[in-house]
Design a binder for this molecule. Structure first.
Ligand code: SAM
Length: 273
């Protein structure tokens, strides 16, 4: 396991993922039933944008740095910007919130969060980031293995699957995990983040997912540039399995703005399977 999210925190892909995640949480809050959020690959929870990793990659400057200055960003980014303000005490954006912090910050008293992180150093940081939040649990565990086991069998469940995709079997594991969660709770919604390098890999993943689950599937591609170099991360995709509710319009604006404003000849594609 070499992947360190500190190099990528606050980049375009985090903006898309986190803005979409917050939209789903806001929509879930319309239902008073308790919500359980399971984050299979939680990361460290909070990232230092002034740290050597972020400074070296420059990805946060090209992502959240530009979003913070933008005057034309769609309203769907407002909850993320507001969360960043809370995390930074209203001062300059030195720290960027990962999915665990964002979810824990948005929980209602009846909700809970379970974050899995395998890397011990990241898990230690995650525990620290969630200190004082009794409804948020940080497990040092394999999120693929625990997602279905920890999903309640009924009620509102949202599972975020956000692996590093550094292992050859990550795509297969994602499909297996989505299917297992949906078998446990047929109403569960699963949001998967994926890199977009070439379309063949992504299309093959979607076909496998369609074969494995009997549920509505919504795909949202944020192409930052034409997909003509399969060795580069040319964009990212979000795949929402389960009831998409009113998510399409928001995703269209989130992905569209990111691709067109932060990308280089980029474009977004949102479609149902
Ligand atoms: N979801 C986080 C966010 O949005 O802030 C970012 C997560 S990062 C892309 C992926 C994380 O998964 C890394 O911190 C890595 O150490 C961890 N990881 C890798 N394999 C894992 C596994 N099988 N179970 C749990 N965590 C894993």
């Amino acid at each position: 396991m070499n992947y360190r999210h500190a190099f990528h925190a606050g980049n375009f892909a985090d903006l898309v993922k986190h803005a979409a995640l917050l939209q789903l949480l806001i929509a879930s809050a319309a239902d008073p039933a308790p919500l359980t959020v399971i984050d299979t690959h939680a990361g460290a929870g909070v990232y230092d944008l002034a740290g050597p990793e972020a400074q070296r990659s420059g990805e946060a400057a090209a992502g959240v740095g530009r979003l913070s200055e933008a005057r034309d960003a769609p309203a769907e980014f407002a909850p993320l910007l507001a969360a960043m303000k809370r995390l930074n005490g209203g001062g300059p954006t030195r720290r960027y919130p990962g999915s665990p912090w964002l979810v824990a910050d948005a929980l209602r008293p009846q909700d809970r969060y379970i974050g899995c992180e395998l890397r011990p150093s990241e898990h230690a940081a995650l525990r620290k980031a969630l200190l004082g939040r009794p409804d948020a649990e940080a497990l040092c565990a394999d999120g693929f293995a625990l997602a279905a086991e920890r999903s309640p069998g009924a009620g509102q469940v949202l599972v975020l699957i956000d692996p590093p995709f550094e292992r050859g079997d990550d795509y297969v594991q994602v499909v297996r995990t989505v299917a297992a969660v949906r078998r446990k709770n047929a109403a569960a919604r699963v949001l998967v983040w994926l890199p977009l390098k070439d379309l063949e890999t992504f299309d093959a993943f979607l076909r496998d997912l369609e074969d494995a689950v009997d549920a509505p599937i919504l795909a949202a591609e944020t192409r930052m540039r034409p997909l003509d170099d399969p060795l580069r991360m040319n964009g990212c995709a979000l795949v929402l399995v389960g009831d998409a509710g009113e998510a399409v319009d928001g995703l269209t604006r989130i992905c569209g703005w990111t691709a067109e404003t932060l990308g280089d000849g980029g474009a977004a594609r949102i479609y149902r399977l």
